[in-house]
Design a protein around this ligand. Structure first.
Ligand code: HEC
Ligand code: HEC
Length: 179
């Protein structure tokens, strides 16, 4: 899929190097105030069921120290169970059968599980791109921003994206940033 969608630069900041590396920590420019002011979409998301942190979840900062086998076991087990609940809270019919492929795409086929996934919609950083997404796909934006990003970060023991420091787990962990 090559569709490109917009995204405020504030969400876009922790760009991720190819190959499942940890989020980049280099700070980038502050987004325009107008973009931030426009950010609360008038969307009421369906409630998220209580998803307790799995007992085998990585402790904060631990994920990058895990072996591939450990990561694989966690992904196949309690991580996947939690992600199913997250995606099903939004579109239960569409995401009834969520698999590794939804996030990892071609990385499943070649065995690398590399992220970001070039088959997910590419996201256009910048305030204009963000306004488009907010105007036309406010529910998607809200679900990704308020559910997928923070919950996935929590499940991986990573810091969620932080507007102040512009670091942490962001959209670009999974989606390719439009160049
Ligand atoms: C909701 C999205 C999502 C789903 C579904 C998902 N993963 Fe992942 N996966 C991730 C994220 C995010 C990472 C962490 C990337 C990082 O380390 O920065 C990851 C990392 C991995 C890694 C480690 C890759 C590396 O090089 O360190 C493996 C292996 C993996 N996943 C396997 C799987 C398997 C197998 C499944 C299906 C059972 C699966 N994943 C389902 C999002 C997902
Ligand atoms: C953990 C991985 C992950 C992260 C992080 C993530 N997404 Fe997604 N995104 C997905 C998956 C999986 C889909 C569904 C793909 C499919 O339908 O096969 C998706 C779909 C989308 C779509 C298309 C929705 C549709 O209905 O077709 C948009 C737009 C999007 N994401 C934007 C974002 C934005 C903006 C962020 C950051 C605020 C973000 N995503 C963060 C995994 C992620």
């Amino acid at each position: 899929m090559t569709r490109t969608v917009g995204l405020v630069s504030a969400l876009a900041l922790a760009s991720v190097p190819a190959g499942c590396a940890s989020p980049a920590s280099a700070p980038v420019a502050t987004p325009p105030a107008a973009a931030l002011a426009a950010s609360p979409p008038r969307v009421v998301l369906p409630p998220l069921p209580d998803i307790p942190l799995p007992a085998d979840a990585p402790k904060p900062g631990e994920w990058t120290t895990w072996s591939r086998d450990q990561k694989m076991t966690y992904m196949k087990g309690s991580f996947m169970t939690a992600e199913r609940a997250i995606f099903a809270s939004w579109e239960p019919v569409r995401f009834k059968e969520i698999t590794c492929h939804h996030c990892h795409g071609p990385g499943v086929i070649d065995g690398t599980f590399r992220l970001p996934n070039p088959d997910l919609p590419r996201l256009a950083p910048g305030a204009d791109g963000f306004r488009e997404l907010l105007a036309h796909e406010p529910e998607v934006l809200a679900f990704m921003q308020k559910r997928v990003v923070p919950e996935t970060a929590r499940l991986l023991g990573m810091a969620p994206f932080d507007m102040e420091t512009h670091t942490g787990f962001s959209c670009y962990q999974c989606h390719v940033r439009q160049g």
